[in-house]
Structures are given as structure tokens and as C-alpha cells.
Write a protein that binds this ligand. Structure first.
Ligand code: ATP
Length: 540
């Protein structure tokens, strides 16, 4: 159990002299690199936390106070409840726990709004590993620093310049200049900055906005004693020593009067958010070329394969069947690899996005728009490459308008699949569930797509599925585009009608096919967004 915090206020020196093996969390009430405009007194009284489901008490009435300029360390053995206390103070990660007691900022209970007046350097480091330290911080600065503070108005001519200066200052103060151009890396996947540098980068992000209050969970865990000392030195330097020694905790708590509330941190406007997140996601996609390379190679090979399999198909009865087969294959190929390639959309980003959202950095909509836009070029160009490689090899009808419309249909099919995959990824509780539901759903949609079974002869209890299937709309649009105008003296409009009748397709549906696919894209993206919003909001 964690004892009363009265026993647990240490300055950094005495904390370190306790031995570098001790676990601790820290509440750093900062007069930072720059002075804080509105200082904060944080107090907590009689905090009790229990896990009702397992009938377990975790914290039994903990009280404490952090005055402006103080570095308060919470010390205790592993499992004592330090993280639980920090989480309670910042109203985060409390699912399944019952919390009693009060947490006050300048004498007032502000609940979850504490996030907007403080920073929280959590134990688990989450970054975008493909970015360099400076790139990552610069993007964080665009999200976290939305105006030049009153006291710094004369120091920079523009917000952009202030952000740049701030990034450099934080890099310098946290001793990160040496590694500013090093890629962050991913533990166990790609070596990047060291553990100590990663820890300091976590603080650096939080310090950009000059918060009056900084919570740090296990700031030195996993670091060697030299690095641990350097981190604590940094925290110590950032705080100024104006603690009250010798006064009893209860009298300090009683003396906290309701004061002026610090100004809440504002979010950057939505354009800045989308811009910064799009830049981050695009760099990540470009520097993480395995997906790009795999998709481009796969689609080019498949385009070549289709081209050679159906090479210069003749326009006789067998040829018509083959060309329809080739068109349906293109629909499948535009769907399957796209969908399975994008199903990992959410799982890889979720922890970081949930944390940054609850840190108040941006809206879920900004993230969603930026991430979807970042995928758009790749999930368009690869499909077009396959289509165009196979187009003249097969001998599809190649009047310029037919080629352009085929490209548009290919785009709509791939986007339908991509939006469907993003929707599945966002609404499924886990990646394996998304994966295992994608297979059967695609089977149903492809079986009713118009090639395997004639859409006019499907049993009525299953026929309705075709109207949910972009396979059907895409295939119909492709075939109408192919057969409505054929460059051959042996072909006439009767032949076109025959092909349409054989497939139970209607020529006049051409425009509707594309409109319906576009509507489904909007629908899938919207449901995906709602799913993501609900999941991220629940992940506090
Ligand atoms: N949501 C929860 N449900 C059940 N038990 C929990 C929950 N959260 C924490 N606990 C339990 O509460 C105790 C305190 O956990 P906490 O993570 O706060 O400890 P800690 O002091 O930070 O430990 P460490 O130094 O090892 O990180 C642990 O025994 C943990 O298993």
C-alpha cells in the first residue's frame, strides 16, 4: 500500500540517493524552462481505489499535495499502487476500478479536465518509430503549441518561429540535440534511439506546451543509474525548489483555498491537426516501404499475369466469356489484397492515438481523415497499375473514354474495399475478429457479384445480398464499359444486348453503379468513424 504522501515528498537528490533500483512515479509541479503563467496547486485527499470484480483494495486513503515548483516523488515497492494513484490523479486508465476521494486543482475538483492543464508522461513509450526525434517533436509542437504565450510574445515573429525555437529549446534542455536526426525506431523491430533518449523524448513532448503540472510514471525504470540520474536532474532542473518543509500535510491541505483556475490548453484548429497528422502518417508510410513495395510488386505481377492469361482475346463466344472472367478477376484482385492490406489500419495505431486523443492533442475526426488520406495514393496507384498493365495485353476496348472510365471504376472498387476494411478494423473488437469476419463476408459479396451465379437467377432469400456488393456494381460497370462500344466490324448493338442479358445486367445502370459504389464508400467510412470514436472514447 502507498503510505500518506506526507512521508513521500523528496527532492530529486534525496530520491536518487535512495538507490536507483527503487520504483517510483513522480508529480512534477513545474516552473518549467519558461515560467508558468498560472501555477497550480494539486491536492488529493483520502483516495481509495478498489477493484470490485476481484474484491481487492488497491489504495486505502492516500492524501498528498504538490505545490508550485515542487518535485514530488511517489515511492513504493512494485505493485504498491503508484501507477494507480497517478492514473487517479489524472483520471486515466481507471476501467473496472472504483475510485473515492477528491483530487483538486487550486482547490477545485475539475475531474477529467485536469488533462487540459497538465502533461502525463506515461510508463509505456509510444512513438511513430519511422520519424526522427526532431521530426516527431516538430509535429507534436504543431499539435500542442497553438499560440505564443503572453510572456513570450516579443521573442518570435510568428507562431511557426516560436514552435521551432521551442523544439530546439526542449531538445537542448533534455539533452537530445545529439540524437535529433536519429530515427526513433521500434523496440525489437528496428534499432533507434536508446532507452534513456526515448524516456527523455517522452518528457520532451509533454514539455512543449509548458504545462504547469507534469505527471511522470516510472521516469527512470529500465535506465542505468547514470541515465536515471540524468533524467531526474532534468526533472529537478525543471522544477524550482519552493516546497514547504516541516509543515504538516493536513494543515497544508486545509490551507489550500479555491484559486484562479489555470487556462485550459487549447487544441490546434482542425486544419492544423489534419495537416500535422497527415504529414506524420505520410512519412511513416514512405519510410515503411514494405507495404508499398509489396502492393506495387503484387499488383504489377497480377496485371502481367492477367494480361498473359487472357492475351489478345478474340471477340467470339469463348472470348466474351474470357473477357468477362478477366474483368471479374480484376474486381476480386482490387478487393482482396486491398482489404487484407488495410485491416491492420487500427490495431497498429490505436494505443498512440487513444493516448494522444485523451491528452487532448486532436480530435478523432482529424486522425481518421488524415490516416485515410495517407492511404489513398497507395491504394489507388497500385490498382491502376494492375489495370493499365493488363489493359492492352488482354485487348480490352481502348477508346480514351473507355480507358478513363475503367480507371474510375477501378478506383471506386478499390476504395469500396479499402473503406470496408477500415470499417471492419474500426468496429471489430480485435484484429483476429476483423480478419476472421472478413473472409466469409467477402465470400458472400463475391458469390453474388454476377460471375459465379447469374444475378437474375439468385434465390430470393439470398438475392438481396447483391445490392450490398461492390463486386456486383463494379463488375456490372466494367462489363457495360467494355461492351457498350466495341471496335470491331463483326460487333453490333445486338451482341452488346446479348452479353448484358446473359449476365442479367442493364446498360442504363452504368451511372448508378458508380453512384452506388461512391455512396457505399461514404457509408463504410462513416460507420468506421463512429466505431473508432466509440472505441477511443472508451479507452480513457
Ligand atoms: N484495473 C485493475 N484491476 C485489478 N487490479 C488492478 C488494476 N489496476 C491495478 N491493479 C492492481 O493494483 C496493484 C497496484 O498496481 P500499480 O500498477 O498501481 O502498481 P505500481 O506500484 O505502479 O507497480 P509497478 O512499480 O510494478 O509498476 C497491483 O497489484 C495491480 O495488480
Amino acid at each position: 500500500m502507498l503510505h500518506s504522501a506526507a512521508d513521500q515528498q523528496f527532492e530529486a537528490g534525496s530520491l536518487l540517493s535512495g538507490g536507483d533500483k527503487t520504483d517510483y512515479g513522480a508529480v512534477s509541479n513545474l516552473s518549467l524552462l519558461d515560467t508558468v503563467d498560472s501555477p497550480i496547486t494539486l491536492s488529493w485527499q483520502d483516495i481509495r481505489v478498489s477493484a470490485p470484480k476481484i474484491n481487492r483494495d488497491i489504495l486505502h486513503g492516500v492524501s498528498g499535495i504538490a505545490n508550485p515548483g515542487e518535485l514530488v516523488a511517489l515511492m513504493g515497492a512494485s505493485g504498491a499502487g503508484k501507477t494507480t494513484l497517478l492514473n487517479t490523479l489524472v483520471a486515466r486508465n481507471l476501467k473496472g476500478l472504483q475510485v473515492d476521494g477528491s483530487v483538486k486543482v487550486n482547490g477545485k475538483v475539475i475531474g477529467r479536465e485536469i488533462t487540459s492543464v497538465s502533461g502525463y508522461a506515461q510508463q509505456e513509450e509510444l512513438f511513430v518509430g519511422t520519424l526522427t526525434v526532431k521530426e516527431y517533436l516538430s509535429i507534436q509542437a504543431r499539435l500542442r503549441v497553438v499560440e505564443i504565450p503572453e510572456s513570450k510574445k516579443g521573442t518570435a515573429t510568428s507562431l511557426e518561429e516560436y514552435r521551432k525555437n521551442r523544439v530546439l529549446k526542449v531538445l537542448a534542455n533534455l539533452n537530445l540535440l545529439k540524437c535529433q536526426n536519429t530515427r526513433i525506431g521500434v523496440i525489437g523491430v528496428k534499432k533507434g534511439i536508446s532507452g534513456g533518449e526515448a524516456r527523455r523524448l517522452t518528457f520532451a513532448c509533454e514539455l512543449l506546451s509548458n504545462p504547469a503540472l507534469l505527471f511522470c510514471d516510472e521516469p527512470t525504470t529500465g535506465l542505468d543509474s547514470f541515465m536515471a540520474e540524468s533524467v531526474i536532474q532534468v526533472l529537478s532542473t525543471l522544477s524550482t525548489a519552493n516546497r514547504v518543509h516541516g509543515t504538516r500535510l493536513d494543515s497544508q491541505l486545509a490551507s489550500v483555498t479555491e484559486g484562479r483556475m489555470p487556462e485550459k490548453r487549447r487544441q490546434a484548429n482542425i486544419c492544423t491537426q489534419i495537416n500535422a497528422l497527415l504529414q506524420r502518417a505520410t512519412i511513416d508510410t514512405i519510410r515503411n516501404p514494405s507495404l508499398t513495395r509489396a502492393k506495387m510488386i503484387q499488383k504489377s505481377v497480377m496485371g502481367l499475369f492477367v494480361g498473359l492469361l487472357y492475351f489478345q482475346t478474340k471477340l467470339d463466344a469463348i472470348g466474351v466469356t474470357n473477357i468477362n472472367g478477366a474483368l471479374f478477376y480484376l474486381v476480386c484482385e482490387l478487393t482482396y489484397s486491398t482489404l487484407f492490406g488495410i485491416l491492420n489500419f487500427l490495431p497498429s495505431d490505436f494505443p498512440l492515438v487513444a493516448r494522444e486523443y485523451h491528452d487532448g492533442l486532436y480530435s478523432v475526426l482529424s486522425y481518421y481523415v488524415a490516416r485515410c488520406l495517407s492511404y489513398l495514393p497507395l491504394f489507388t496507384i497500385d490498382g491502376l497499375a494492375m489495370l493499365l498493365i493488363s489493359y492492352w495485353l488482354v485487348g480490352f476496348q481502348s477508346a480514351w473514354d473507355q480507358v478513363l472510365l475503367a480507371c474510375l471504376i477501378s478506383f471506386l472498387i478499390e476504395q469500396s474495399s479499402s473503406a470496408f476494411g477500415i470499417m471492419l478494423s474500426c468496429v471489430s473488437p480485435s484484429f483476429p475478429i476483423a480478419m476472421s469476419s472478413a473472409g466469409p463476408l467477402l465470400t458472400l459479396l463475391s458469390l453474388t457479384g454476377g460471375l459465379y451465379a447469374n444475378v437474375g437467377a439468385l434465390p430470393s432469400f439470398i438475392s438481396w445480398i447483391q445490392y450490398l456488393s461492390w463486386f456486383r456494381y463494379g463488375f456490372e460497370a466494367f462489363t457495360i464499359n467494355q461492351w457498350r462500344k466495341v471496335d470491331s466490324p463483326n460487333w453490333n448493338s445486338t451482341n452488346t444486348q446479348e452479353v448484358m442479358q446473359n449476365l442479367s445486367f442493364t446498360e442504363s445502370m452504368f451511372l448508378w453503379d458508380m453512384i452506388i459504389m461512391a455512396a457505399y464508400i461514404v457509408f463504410f467510412y462513416t460507420i468506421g468513424y463512429i466505431g473508432l470514436l466509440i472505441r477511443i472514447k472508451r479507452a480513457r
